[in-house]
Design a protein around this ligand. Sequence first.
Ligand SMILES: Nc1nc2c(c(=O)[nH]1)N[C@H]1C(S)=C(S)[C@@H](COP(=O)(O)OP(=O)(O)OC[C@H]3O[C@@H](n4cnc5c(=O)[nH]c(N)nc54)[C@H](O)[C@@H]3O)O[C@H]1N2
Ligand SMILES: Nc1nc2c(c(=O)[nH]1)N[C@H]1C(S)=C(S)[C@@H](COP(=O)(O)OP(=O)(O)OC[C@H]3O[C@@H](n4cnc5c(=O)[nH]c(N)nc54)[C@H](O)[C@@H]3O)O[C@H]1N2
Ligand SMILES: [Mo]
Length: 759
Amino acid sequence: MVVETDGETVFSSTGALETRHPNSLQTAVPDQVHSKTRVRYPMARKGFLASPDKPQGVRGQDEFVRISWDEALALIHQQHQRIRTSYGPSAIFAGSYGWRSNGVLHKAATLLQRYMSLAGGYTGHLGDYSTGAAQVIMPYVVGGNEVYQQQTSWPLVLEHSEVVVLWSANPLNTLKIAWNASDEQGIGYFEQLKKSGKRIFCIDPMRSETVEFLGDSVTWIAPHMGTDVALMLGIAHTLVENGWQDRAFLERCTHGYEIFADYLTGKSDGTAKTAEWAAEICGVEAAAIRELAQLFHENRTMLMAGWGMQRQQYGEQKHWMLVTLAAMLGQIGLPGGGFGLSYHFANGGNPTRRAAVLASMQGSLAGGVDAVDKIPVARIVEALENPGGAYHHNGEQRTFPDIRFIWWAGGSNFTHHQDTNRLINAWQKPELVVISECFWTGAAKHADIVLPITTSFERNDMTMTGDYSNQHLVPMKQVVPPQYEARNDFDVFAALSERWEEGGHARFTEGKTELEWLETFYNIASERGAQQQVTLPPFNDFWQANNIIEMPENPQNAEFIRFAAFRDDPAANPLKTPSGKIEIYSERIARYGYADCPPHPTWLAPDEWQGNAREGQLQLLSAHPAHRLHSQLNYAKLRDRYAVAGREPLTLHPQDANARGIEDGDLVRVWNERGQVLAGAVVTDGIKPGVICLHQGAWPDLDKTADGICKNGAVNVLTLDIPSSRLANGCAGNTTLVWMEKYQGPALSVTAFDPPTSA
Ligand SMILES: Nc1nc2c(c(=O)[nH]1)N[C@H]1C(S)=C(S)[C@@H](COP(=O)(O)OP(=O)(O)OC[C@H]3O[C@@H](n4cnc5c(=O)[nH]c(N)nc54)[C@H](O)[C@@H]3O)O[C@H]1N2
Ligand SMILES: Nc1nc2c(c(=O)[nH]1)N[C@H]1C(S)=C(S)[C@@H](COP(=O)(O)OP(=O)(O)OC[C@H]3O[C@@H](n4cnc5c(=O)[nH]c(N)nc54)[C@H](O)[C@@H]3O)O[C@H]1N2
Ligand SMILES: [Mo]
């Protein structure tokens, strides 16, 4: 990003690389740095301050009081010591999940863990919200997680694929973000795809930004939410009906197909999964399902899957069935054929460069104690509700720790976690909640102590672009001084380390300043680069020049085909599965005996979906937003681009609007037994009737007078907090039914972005 500043004020920002797809998210730095929503000073909750050993009051309802940094650190240190001594390291949750800000040094959660490692250990987390289900099932199926791995290269897709299917993927939107820095290279490939004349399908209940972008080049197919396994089974059955399944590939490269085939044809359960059977469930016509089967069979087909469909109950089945379908088509390991689970994220498929790759800060340190326990990341509320309770995870029987102290740094769990009201109740249980934040998020407003943290523009860092491609090395120079009393996470944890033990500061920092760390990471990159004939200038030259370094192309990597070696010779190049092959039936999963994760891909009807909706209920989709990174930037001017009736926009079909007397632009109320929100209606035929979409990430803004209605439209007030299954325990936010009506109540103004009055 390039930022215009006089060293005090940020005036504007834009992407640093040339692109035909300007990224709105890169324009918001002035709002970010100078937002009225910034946390300015350390603050403590009144009821906590009154008796820190036995806090009073209710988190989220109490007033806040300004305290000094010294008081804040002393309070945290005392309570940390007391809780650790009384209950041990597992009582301290430092598994703080979240997207923080980019950079190899100022990694909030990593730095928190480093400090907790120095102090004697903590409870951490397993997995993530993004691919909770897929990343756990895929190793059973193909031996690796697939969701965070390089894809068959784009040049080969453009050359060889004849049919490209975007299945639950919205790359035009999601490629605005990368785990490192975003460089928009991925969108360029979709632009080429658009012009290529290939058959393209988007399978998505919503006419996404990607469908709009591809225009006449794409066929949009809209199934009911959560029914993709049925749709895929219908396609698979059509293959078998016509003898189109690739018997030779299935024989040579897969394991357990026959057992699955008996399920598919109904031999084992009496129900043939025909196109007609599938059409009943997924709401896509049987003829269209048969047409897809024929097209996939007759053409080189790449199934590019996104992740929205696995952020659901039984999410594990989605990508397992997708891989099974690809295996039946027999094109896995061929250029432009098979499946890819990461083309929509971090520019997957953009060929990996010869690169000098930066090292980064680590969460563990010499002589420290790492996580003594871990909980599946999306099971945090259950853990708080049920300390010591037994649960299953990925074939293991485990017990929840007794969490007494939570520290969240770099994540926004009051927007990212499901069923906000249930979270708020569970959140009262710990004895201490500390939140390190740049902004007054929902989590900050429900903390005991809030620490003001710098944004990335108030400190020095570095990063790479293109998570798989390593395309550029980027300096991230400080732009303005820390605002108000903000400090770097790095300095906060270094100071607390010194309180923890004499010499703790030096142990935490390894005696290095910010710039010395950057130089260390850079020099490691230099060594790594040398092995690939990439030479970096000396650190000081690089830092002074303040320019992005582009890494050279690697023609060999442009020829990368996922699973090519395996396909060539499965015996010599086995997958890391028990059979060494693609497992369509898993004996290991069979041994777990989980009813919610059977041993082969299976259609399971979710607890809340179109098929069991009561009269008037709708399925709720919480796709990722175009003009935010989750909850980040909700307060920014960018909000004017999407807000409707001053709230989060809600996409609904004219049929569903008419049935309720709702017009475009109306304020609507959406509710279920878990909560209620206000949102602004966007009436469009670009969504499946019966489905409405509220994008994830609007800040919760629960009104204290009007039955806790969320005035800003935070979707997780409504979502169901259940695990995908006992296998992965992934987030299932996309499995939810709601009611909707035109709002007739008293006018309520949005207060989500107001700091507490005393702040
Ligand atoms: N219903 C539903 N819920 C979902 C999803 C969904 O699809 N549907 N998606 C899920 C997914 S995939 C994800 S990844 C999560 C995202 O959840 P999060 O990653 O928690 O979301 P962010 O809004 O990015 O939160 C990052 C927070 O870090 C803060 N921050 C930024 N930089 C720094 C820093 O340097 N130091 C500190 N201390 N803080 C900093 C920001 O202000 C912000 O509040 O949401 C999940 N929740
Ligand atoms: N601009 C922007 N980009 C982002 C993010 C962001 O917040 N903003 N977040 C980043 C992060 S952390 C992640 S994990 C990724 C998320 O990447 P994804 O999980 O792939 O993104 P989603 O928008 O949740 O879902 C993708 C598409 O799936 C569709 N979908 C949902 N349910 C179903 C279903 O049941 N069936 C079918 N067929 N389709 C369904 C949605 O309508 C959506 O268009 O994006 C990343 N990129
Ligand atoms: Mo994510």
